[in-house]
Design a protein around this ligand. Structure first.
Ligand code: C2E
Ligand code: CA
Ligand code: CA
Ligand code: CA
Length: 277
């Protein structure tokens, strides 16, 4: 809040200048945080309806800034994407989460899968496929336990490159999920034209299914289309038992959301898993 002299009132909105400064300073700090290992991965379980248990997790990056506190991932991911930092950050997230889940599976004799969010910049980077292959080798994670979550944002200009890259990764037995499905513009085209295995239905689709017939109809139809073309369906953002009961009757595969668990630190994972062993 700024006072502009005697009678002039406060400026509530951060000025353009402040926004630019916050960005620049966060970008500097993010570089340091990455170096000093101040970032952390949280894991959110995915509930598998067929087996009635958790069978994997989504890795979600967290940054608790020294002075500013929690910075939302969407904010610092975007900042990282505006510089080359997204590559370094993305590499770290991929390696850290693959290593963690591989070790966890070894020590618990389990076979949980791990889904890692991949920025379009990362995917389109020249040596992305090579990096993924290397991480799998180094961590010993079975490729069929790795799923890469991509979004259609910005893919449209590079469809043929993306296609080739995803095809290569599919041939290695890595799963590919189209994230935030339903929030973009030409989603149905992507379902058909990219070598994906899974769609993740966005939370905005799910919010009203228990209270609004039309919302439910839309979800039923989208799930049917995805199923008809042979894709697995993960439903995101499920928060209530009513939503869960409705979804159980639909042919979707996995449920993810606060109803089951928020994303948790690796230290709390075993506790979360004990509910649906
Ligand atoms: P996303 O990939 O769609 O991730 C799902 C987001 O929804 C996560 O927010 C998760 O905490 C939240 N969520 C899950 N279940 C529920 C629910 O039942 N209710 C509500 N209200 N929210 C739920 P988060 O962790 O804040 O991440 C936001 C976005 O930031 C992600 O959306 C993704 O686009 C990006 N992001 C997060 N981590 C990473 C990462 O490691 N790499 C990349 N490239 N992007 C990431
Ligand atoms: Ca995701
Ligand atoms: Ca999503
Ligand atoms: Ca999202």
């Amino acid at each position: 809040v700024k006072m502009n002299g005697k009678n002039n009132f406060m400026v509530f909105n951060p000025s353009m200048n402040e926004i630019i400064q916050r960005k620049a300073s966060l970008q500097q700090d993010l570089k340091q945080a990455l170096k000093n290992k101040q970032l952390e991965i949280y894991y959110q379980p995915k509930f598998d309806l067929a087996s009635n248990r958790y069978d994997g997790f989504e890795a979600l990056v967290r940054w608790n800034h020294d002075e500013r506190g929690f910075i939302p991932p969407l904010e610092f991911i975007r900042i990282a994407e505006e510089s080359n930092l997204i590559i370094e950050l993305g590499d770290w997230i991929l390696e850290e989460s693959c290593r963690f889940i591989s070790n966890y599976n070894l020590s618990h004799q389990s076979s949980y899968s791990i889904a890692v969010n991949i920025s379009t910049f990362q995917l389109l980077n020249d040596d992305f496929e090579e990096k993924v292959t290397n991480v799998l080798e180094e961590t010993g994670l079975d490729p069929c336990l790795l799923e890469l979550e991509i979004t259609e944002t910005m893919l449209m200009n590079s469809m043929s490159i993306a296609y080739e890259k995803l095809k290569f990764l599919r041939e290695k037995n890595i799963s590919i999920a189209l994230d935030d499905f339903g929030t973009g513009y030409s989603s149905l085209t992507y379902l058909k034209s990219l070598p994906i295995t899974t769609v993740k239905l966005d939370k905005s689709f799910i919010d009203d299914i228990a209270t609004d017939k039309l919302s439910l109809k839309i979800v039923e139809n989208v799930i049917q289309i995805a199923k008809n073309i042979g894709l697995k369906i993960v439903v995101e953002g499920v928060e209530t038992i009513d939503q869960l009961e409705i979804l159980k009757d639909l042919p979707c595969n996995k449920i993810q959301g606060y109803y089951f668990s928020k994303p948790v630190s690796k230290l709390n994972l075993t506790e979360v898993l004990s509910e649906y062993p």
